[in-house]
Write a protein that binds this ligand. Structure first.
Ligand code: OGA
Ligand code: MN
Length: 282
C-alpha cells in the first residue's frame, strides 16, 4: 500500500488496495493514513452494497434514519445520490451538499466518516470540494481563539430557518415535507476536539449553524460571517474530480465540504453513500 498526498491542504490517494479484501494490519495502515490526511481516495473499487457497508462498519456504526429519502432497496445504510431520471423522477438526491457543511452536524451524535462511491461519473461537473477546519482553527488569531473558546453553535437541519442556505430545487415543491420533519436543533462547541487525534477544529458551517448559544444575532451573525469566510480560504481546500470506481472517505470532525454540482447534460453522476457515526462533539 502506497499513500500519496493530493494537496498541501488535505487528502491522500491510497494505491494498491482492494477494499473487498483487507486484513487487520492493512486496516490499521488505512486508519493511520486517515488520521494523517483526513480524506482518502481509493481508485477503481468495484464494491457491492454489502462490501461498501462492510468496509464502512470497520470505522463505527452506520447511520440509518428511517425517514431518509433515496436509500437503496433493502439497504437503509446506503443512500443513492443520482441525477438519473426514472419515469421523469430523479432516482437519488441530485445535490446532496450544495452549501459548505460537515455531515449530520445537526444531530446530537454527528457523522464521523462518510464513504462515497462513484458508480457513474459525468464527463463534466459534479466535483466535490473539502476544506480543512483543523487548519482553519490553527490559523485563527490568538484573540479569536480566545473569543470563541467556550462558544457553542446552534446546528439546524431545517433550511427554511437558515438565511445562508436555500431549499434545494429538487425539493422546492415539498420543502415542508422534507425540512419540516421534527429534528431537534443540536448545540455543539465551535471548537471541537477530534475524537482520536485530540486536535482542535473550527466545527461550524454555513449550511447548519444559524446562531451562537446565548448570544444575540447582532453579535453572533457578523462573527459567524467572519469565521465562515475564514474556514474556506483557498489554501485550506482540495477539490476532487471524480473517476468511475473512486471510493472516498472523509473525516467530518476536521473537514467541511461542498458538492459543486453543475453536471453538464447528458452526464449522469451516480453514487452510493454510507455514513458512520462518531462521538458527541466536545
Ligand atoms: C454528501 C455530500 C457532496 C457531493 O453526500 O454528504 O455532501 O458532491 N455530497 O455529492
Ligand atoms: Mn455532505
Amino acid at each position: 500500500m502506497k499513500v500519496t498526498p493530493l494537496s498541501d491542504a488535505l487528502g491522500a490517494e491510497v494505491i494498491g488496495i482492494d477494499l473487498t479484501s483487507i486484513d487487520d494490519p492493512v486496516f490499521d495502515e488505512i486508519h493511520e493514513a486517515f488520521l494523517e490526511y483526513q480524506l482518502l481516495v481509493f481508485r477503481d473499487q468495484d464494491l457491492t452494497p454489502d462490501a461498501h457497508i462492510a468496509f464502512s462498519e470497520r470505522f463505527g456504526p452506520i447511520e440509518t434514519r428511517p425517514d431518509r429519502p433515496f436509500t437503496l432497496p433493502n439497504y437503509p445504510e446506503v443512500t443513492v445520490l443520482s441525477n438519473r431520471l426514472v419515469d421523469g423522477e430523479p432516482m437519488g438526491v441530485i445535490s446532496a451538499g450544495d452549501f459548505w457543511h460537515t455531515d449530520l452536524s445537526f444531530s446530537e451524535i454527528p457523522c464521523r466518516a462518510t464513504f462515497l462511491h462513484a458508480r457513474e461519473v459525468a464527463e463534466e461537473g459534479g466535483d466535490t470540494e473539502w476544506s480543512n477546519i483543523y487548519t482553519a482553527y490553527d490559523t485563527l488569531s490568538a484573540e479569536m481563539k480566545e473569543r470563541i473558546a467556550d462558544l457553542k453553535g446552534i446546528h439546524v437541519f431545517d433550511r427554511r430557518r437558515n438565511k445562508r442556505a436555500q431549499v434545494d430545487t429538487q425539493f422546492a415543491n415539498k420543502a415542508d415535507e422534507v425540512y419540516g420533519i421534527p429534528i431537534p436543533d443540536a448545540v455543539h462547541p465551535m471548537v471541537r476536539h477530534h475524537p482520536e487525534t485530540g486536535r482542535k477544529s473550527l466545527y461550524i458551517s454555513p449550511r447548519f449553524v444559524v446562531g451562537i448559544e446565548g448570544m444575540g444575532g447582532d453579535e453572533a451573525q457578523p462573527l459567524l460571517d467572519e469565521l465562515f469566510a475564514h474556514q474556506i480560504r483557498a489554501e485550506f481546500r482540495y477539490r476532487h474530480k471524480w473517476q468511475h470506481g473512486d471510493l472516498l472517505m472523509w473525516d467530518n470532525p476536521c473537514l467541511i465540504h461542498i458538492g459543486r454540482g453543475a453536471i453538464k447534460p447528458p452526464g449522469i453522476r451516480h453514487m452510493h453513500r454510507t455514513m458512520v457515526l462518531g462521538d458527541r462533539p466536545h
